[in-house]
Design a protein around this ligand. Structure first.
Ligand SMILES: *Cc1c(COP(=O)(O)O)cnc(C)c1O
Length: 490
């Protein structure tokens, strides 16, 4: 029945079991072969051309043939994250139990807008566990979303609504059209681009996003933040929220959360913390104290699909004042009314009242299973190990003649460049040398780095969010960068 679809989307149990076993074997083969294959190779041009030309299928074909095509055309060209020597951007391998959870979740295929079914309660439990981890009070609400960008957009929409409501306005009714003065949002120059995208989408406009300079450690300058807010208020603008980073994507810097929270309290601004990458380091001994004042925020974004190794997509937004979240989003047509009856059909307040999405996937299952499987202790160990690996890499770079750190190492991010003594101080030469070096490494398939720009200069960047990475992989990377640098230097 699964072999082609003639008239019905057939369910043939025997055939499904056979195919399922084949798929599980394909997954296990794929995962076990990964470390020995290239980290990355570009998708073949012939194939992308062919795909672009292939018309939509008219007749069905056998599932085995489709799986064969997956094996030869899709599986060999992954993004690269999954490999123990992938250090690009902020991308982790998938926790194996999360892979299985994805299949189970789609077997149940609930829509998690709301209702009185298991997935809804599991999502609430996952949110509750994160509430406890980050130290938010009872009354907090949260949602699983696609990622840090959507978490930030959701949180800032709540902030916008709450801050205008506190002044007697109603953004939901009049939009920004009827406000007397423009809203202003604050972030550091190291803040993530999703903050600005959110501001643009919410009608605040990027001209009203103030970019606060950072200090030599890439942390927001709180004195300048305070000055900027004061001057905007003097000029009749309406400062409403600050976004602080708990682990910037460039260097892993953690903004001074305590001081920023104080500014927000003094001046009555909403504090959103972007912990998309860094917040899970709360579980680590080393960074717990740096991060514990996340608890002072009004809202937080965390990406379980980053340093908690959950398969994408898995983002989380938590908002200290859960009712403010509902006020900002709840719009319940008669056919979605909750009955609040624990034995009824509709269950507790619908999750769709707390965010923009109505139909929502069963993201909670993979997170719930992974949290249960590893426990806080298992995660703490894996995260500590990634941090130790970053420190080790930074140490080797510091002790080397030919490489230099580009910024202080933070969390599990190391930024650096190949800079032999004869070329130090020759910024442009080093920029082009390191760009060439990066391309050789990325296309060489032996390890994968990404890059960034720090204080105007190009830098290589390694972010270690991988439970499969070993000390030897770090040594391998170091040796590879040095060897490539030596081969390319002018
Ligand atoms: C990844 C990231 C984001 C954006 O999150 P997505 O999951 O990609 O939408 C925002 N901030 C930081 C610090 C990040 O690392």
């Amino acid at each position: 029945m699964l072999e082609g679809i003639s008239g019905s989307l057939g369910w043939d149990e025997e055939e499904f079991r056979r195919l399922g076993h084949r798929v599980i074997n394909m997954i296990a083969d794929y995962l076990s072969a990964l470390p020995d294959g290239p980290v990355f190779r570009p998708f073949p041009e012939e194939l992308s051309t062919e795909w672009a030309r292939t018309p939509a299928p008219q007749e069905g074909e056998p599932a085995d043939a489709i799986l064969d095509q997956f094996s030869t055309e899709v599986a060999p060209y992954p993004f690269g994250n999954g490999h123990p020597r992938f250090f690009g951007w902020v991308n982790s391998p998938p926790a194996p139990i999360g892979i299985l959870a994805e299949a189970l979740a789609s077997a149940m295929n609930p829509r998690c807008a709301g209702g009185n079914h298991a997935a809804v309660y599991l999502e609430r439990q996952v949110v509750e566990w994160f509430r406890q981890l980050v130290g938010f009070p009872v009354g907090t609400m949260g949602l699983l979303v696609s990622g840090g960008s959507m978490a930030t957009l959701t949180a800032l929409a709540v902030a916008r609504h709450a801050k205008v409501a506190a002044r007697g306005g109603n953004v939901r009714a009049i939009g920004l059209q009827g406000l007397d003065s423009p809203l202003v949002l604050y972030m550091s120059e190291e803040g993530h681009s999703c903050i600005r995208k959110a501001a643009e989408l919410m009608g605040i406009g990027s001209n009203y996003v103030r970019i606060i300079p950072s200090d030599e450690n890439y942390r927001m300058r709180v004195d300048l933040l305070r000055d900027q807010i004061a001057s905007d208020a003097d000029n009749g603008l309406l400062p409403f929220a600050v976004v602080a980073s708990a682990g910037t994507v460039n260097t892993g810097a953690i903004d001074p959360l305590t001081e920023i929270a104080q500014v927000c309290r003094d001046l009555d601004l909403w504090l959103h913390v972007d912990g998309a990458y860094g917040a899970p380091a709360l579980l680590s001994e080393r960074h717990r104290s740096d991060l514990q004042n996340i608890a002072l925020a009004d809202s937080l974004a965390v990406d379980p699909h980053k340093w908690l190794y959950i398969p994408v997509e898995a983002g989380l937004v938590v908002v200290r004042n859960g009712e403010a979240m509902r006020d900002a989003f709840s719009l319940v047509p008669p056919y979605l009314r909750t009955d609040g009856n624990p034995r009824g059909v509709n269950g507790p307040p619908w999750l769709s009242e707390y965010g923009f999405q109505q139909t929502r996937g069963f993201r909670a299952l993979k997170i719930w299973m992974a949290l249960k499987f590893y426990g806080a202790e298992g995660y703490a160990q894996a995260i500590e190990r990634n941090i130790a690996q970053a420190r080790y890499l930074a140490g080797r770079i510091e002790n080397s003649e030919e490489l230099e750190l580009a910024a202080p190492q933070n969390l599990s991010i190391v930024t650096f460049r190949y800079a032999p003594p004869a070329l130090r101080g020759h910024g442009e030469v080093l920029d082009s040398l390191n760009k060439a070096l990066l391309e050789e490494i990325q296309l060489g398939g032996k390890a994968f780095l990404s890059s960034t720009t720090l204080k105007g200069r190009f830098a290589l960047r390694a972010c270690i969010v991988n439970f499969a990475t070993s000390r030897q992989d770090i040594d391998f990377l170091f040796d590879l960068v040095r060897a490539q640098g030596q081969a390319l230097r002018p």
